[in-house]
Design a protein around this ligand. Structure first.
Ligand SMILES: Nc1ncnc2c1ncn2[C@@H]1O[C@H](COP(=O)(O)OP(=O)(O)OP(=O)(O)O)[C@@H](O)[C@H]1O
Length: 319
C-alpha cells in the first residue's frame, strides 16, 4: 500500500449542502483523502455521508464550498475525471434474469468509449478480479447479496480506476459477505487503487481502512490515519498472570490507576502524562517482585472510544 505525498485524490473545502426543504445535510466539510489510502467515511445513518459522496461525484450541486476529485474541480471536470473513478452507490443495479457475465457485458456496452472487440476480455478480467469467475454463468438473481455486491464492484472495475467510491458496500451482508468485500478492498488497495468507502460500522472501518473521517449530523468531527484516531486514547495495561493479587498491588504502587484484578488477569490505566511510566519499567517491577508474567501488553484505544470521546455519546449503529 503506497500512501504517497502527492495531491489528494479527494479534497473538499467548506463543502455544504442544504436541501430545498431547509435540511442542512452537510455543513462546511473539509476532507482530504490521500492517494493510496483505504479511506473510511464513518457516521451514523443520516449523518450526511451519501450527500457528501454525491457532491464529490458531481451528482448533487453543493450549496457552498468546493470539491476536487483527482486534483480537478467538480462538477466542472466531471467528464475528464469520472472515467478514472469507479462508484457503487445505493447498491448494485442488476438484471436478475441475466448471468453475472451477461450483466457485465451489458453494462460495458453502455460505455461509448469501451471497445467492443476487447469487451469479452474486460468482462472476464473483472469477474476474476472480484472472485466471480466460477459463478459467472449463474443468473444474478441466484447470487447471494455479497455476490451481487461484488458484481456491482466488478462493473465499477471494468476500466482501470485510480479511485473507487463505495457507499455502504457491506450494508445488509452477512459476516461471510462482509469478509469477501473486505478482502477485495484490501487487494485493490494493494494494487494502488485508492478506495473511499462509507460505513456506519466502526469495526469494519477499523479492520480495513488506513484512514478515516468521522461524521455526525452533517459535520466532520475528526479525520486522519486510523491508528492516530483510535490510539493512543489512554492505553490500558493488561497483564496475564497466575499471581493476580500481587500484580495488582505492584502496579498500584507504581502509579497505575483503576486497577482491576480478575482470574489470571490484571488491567489498569497507565499513569497519564508521566514520562517515567514506561510499560517496560512496570513489567520489570512485576518481575522483580516475583510476579510471574505470562503476557504483558498495552491495549490500544478503539475507534469507538475515540468516537465516544469526540461526541460524548455512543455510536448509534441502528439501521
Ligand atoms: N434529497 C433530499 N432532500 C431532502 N433531504 C435529504 C435528501 N437526501 C438526504 N436528505 C437528508 O439529509 C440528511 C443526510 O442524509 P444522507 O443520506 O446524506 O446521510 P447518510 O449519512 O448517507 O445516511 P444513510 O447511511 O442513512 O444513507 C438526512 O437528514 C436526510 O434525511
Amino acid at each position: 500500500m503506497v500512501v504517497s505525498g502527492g495531491a489528494p485524490v479527494i479534497e473538499a473545502r467548506g463543502l455544504t449542502k442544504r436541501y430545498r426543504g431547509g435540511q442542512l445535510a452537510v455543513d462546511g466539510l473539509d476532507l482530504v483523502v490521500p492517494e493510496g489510502s483505504v479511506f473510511g467515511f464513518l457516521g451514523p445513518n443520516g449523518s450526511g455521508k451519501t450527500t457528501t459522496i454525491r457532491m464529490l461525484l458531481g451528482l448533487v450541486e453543493p450549496t457552498a464550498g468546493a470539491a476536487r476529485l483527482l486534483g480537478r474541480p467538480m462538477p466542472r471536470a466531471a467528464r475528464a475525471v469520472l472515467p478514472q473513478v469507479g462508484a457503487l452507490i445505493e447498491g448494485p443495479a442488476q438484471y436478475g434474469f441475466l448471468s453475472g457475465r451477461d450483466n457485465l457485458v451489458r453494462f460495458d456496452a453502455t460505455d461509448p468509449t469501451a471497445d467492443p472487440r476487447t469487451r469479452a476480455a474486460r468482462v472476464e478480467a473483472a469477474l476474476g478480479r472480484v472472485g466471480l469467475g466460477a459463478a459467472a454463468d449463474k443468473r444474478a438473481k441466484a447470487y447471494s447479496l455479497g455476490m451481487k455486491q461484488r458484481l456491482g464492484i466488478a462493473a465499477a472495475l471494468l476500466r482501470p480506476r485510480r479511485l473507487l467510491v463505495l457507499d455502504e458496500p457491506t450494508n445488509g451482508l452477512d459476516p461471510q459477505g462482509m469478509r469477501e468485500i473486505r478482502t477485495l478492498v484490501r487487494e485493490l488497495a494493494a494494487e494502488g487503487t485508492t478506495v473511499f468507502l462509507s460505513s456506519h460500522l466502526l469495526d469494519e472501518i477499523e479492520q480495513v481502512c488506513t484512514h478515516a473521517a468521522v461524521m455526525a449530523r452533517g459535520r466532520l468531527l475528526a479525520q486522519g490515519p486510523v491508528a492516530e484516531l483510535s490510539g493512543p486514547a489512554r492505553g490500558r495495561l493488561a497483564v496475564t498472570t497466575p499471581d493476580a493479587a500481587d500484580a495488582a498491588r505492584v502496579l498500584a504502587e507504581h502509579g497505575v490507576t483503576g486497577v482491576e484484578a480478575g482470574e489470571g488477569r490484571v488491567s489498569g490505566d497507565l499513569p497519564a502524562g508521566d514520562p517515567a511510566a514506561d510499560p517496560a519499567d512496570l513489567n520489570a517491577a512485576l518481575v522483580r517482585a516475583g510476579v510471574r508474567v505470562r503476557a504483558f501488553g498495552v491495549e490500544r484505544g478503539t475507534l469507538e472510544d475515540a468516537f465516544v470521546a469526540l461526541t460524548g455519546e455512543g455510536f448509534d449503529v441502528a439501521g
